[in-house]
Design a protein. Structure first.
Length: 159
């Protein structure tokens, strides 16, 4: 699922448009995956976490969804670290699926999640300063591998 929704999101989007409507309308898992894919596509971080954490997932898919949630949060952590020199806690929390209201209040548990990643917390300015992360190009193997994984998931869980 991680490669499905990041490296191959264009292919995944095209693939979802090819799934017969009768199949997608009758399969709650496919509907939920479409919600997640749409949120990832639109870069609506809060909606991604909401869909992953609140939509009903089958017992078979729960471990995959949980793993993707952690993967998405880790990937987003790196993206935020690369994009910002300083960021308000509420904005950082929104990107990472944490409570923005508690973060804005300076909740120690939330601030600790950032400082544990070597971000600096400036109490006076109430800003987080991400630890810079160098950009390293991803090495992906065969691009068709992701499509193979998608097709395997659909055939196994989708019908």
């Amino acid at each position: 699922m991680p490669s499905l929704l990041h490296r191959y999101r264009y292919e995944a989007r095209a693939l979802t448009q090819r799934v017969p409507q009768s199949v997608s309308q009758n399969d709650p898992s496919l509907q939920n995956c479409s919600v997640v894919l749409r949120a990832v596509w639109q870069r609506n971080y809060e909606q991604v976490y909401k869909a992953l954490r609140e939509l009903p997932w089958s017992e078979q898919l729960k471990p995959i969804v949980s793993k993707y949630d952690a993967h998405f949060q880790e990937k987003t952590f790196k993206e935020v670290s690369r994009a910002y020199e300083a960021i308000r806690p509420a904005a950082a929390a929104s990107y990472l699926g944490l409570d923005p209201d508690l973060a804005e209040q300076g909740d120690p548990a939330i601030i600790q999640k950032f400082t544990a990643r070597e971000w600096k917390w400036d109490k006076e300015t109430k800003l987080l300063h991400p630890k810079p992360i160098p950009v390293v190009p991803e090495t992906t193997g065969d691009p068709s591998q992701g499509l193979d994984q998608i097709m395997a998931l659909i055939s196994k869980y989708g019908g």
